[in-house]
Design a protein around this ligand. Structure first.
Ligand code: COA
Length: 209
């Protein structure tokens, strides 16, 4: 097992198939969600660009244009190619620039959706956009009658484990050896110094307040 850590993996990413208050107070025509700065909670004080407006909206364009974002969230191009065209994608857009995405797919189980891919461009991470995207995905799944939202991440990705639990996701199961050569991930990859190997599946109860 190589002991060289992949710096690109300083945080979370690997995934495979499988709060809240005022933050979620939105909904607009044609699924356009508008977030004026004034509505950002206090913890987002560092929001950049006074007067700027961030929109979260459904993306109906060419998904290939979003591949760099998908690649931030998943190190396996093999896996990405299997799901990139699936489901619905929301994007965070500031002016003409897309700075984040969230992909929601229908799992096939009644009422169960999966947040299959989520990322914010590296330059804009830590500004609260991930939080907005998770909130938008939750709202969207509720609109579609969802009962639960699933998301999975690597057990070694401490940052992502924190991120999802901050927003009310609860651990539901562990898939051992989900990440490896057979699923399209290089052997011996390290995240936060821990070998990428197992997967944690989280669930968010959409029926809860
Ligand atoms: C994970 C990701 C989407 C979060 O988006 P973001 O815009 O950076 O997150 P936010 O600014 O909304 O952060 C919200 C909270 O989560 C925390 N958080 C987010 N990413 C974190 C990380 N890697 N480590 C620790 N905490 C993290 C923030 O510190 C913040 O907590 P705070 O309110 O206590 O300060 C983003 O970091 C990203 O794109 N990462 C690369 C792709 C990826 O890993 N996708 C998920 C695959 S499972």
């Amino acid at each position: 097992m190589p002991d060289v850590e992949n710096p690109r993996l300083g945080r979370a990413k690997a995934r495979l198939g499988s709060s809240q208050g005022g933050l979620f107070a939105f909904v607009a025509p044609r699924w356009l969600l508008l977030y004026p700065n004034a509505r950002l909670p206090g913890s987002w004080r560092h929001w950049s660009g006074t007067g700027s407006r961030m929109q979260i909206e459904r993306y109906d364009g060419d998904r290939e244009a979003l591949l760099p974002l998908f690649a931030l969230a998943d190190d396996s191009h093999t896996q990405i190619s299997r799901y990139v065209e699936q489901g619905e994608v929301l994007v965070a857009r500031e002016g003409g620039e897309i700075v984040g995405h969230a992909q929601i797919i229908d799992t096939g189980d009644t009422g169960a959706f999966e947040l299959k891919s989520i990322a914010v461009t590296q330059a804009r991470q830590g500004e609260g956009l991930g939080r907005l995207l998770v909130a938008a995905a939750i709202t969207r799944c509720r609109e579609r009658g969802g009962q639960r939202l699933i998301v999975s991440t690597a057990s070694c990705d401490i940052g992502n484990l924190r991120f999802y639990q901050l927003y009310g996701f609860r651990m539901s199961r562990i898939v051992r050896d989900a990440f490896g050569l057979s699923t399209g991930y290089p052997e011996g990859m390290l995240v936060d110094g821990i070998t990428l190997r197992d997967q944690v599946v989280f669930e968010y109860d959409l029926s809860a307040d």
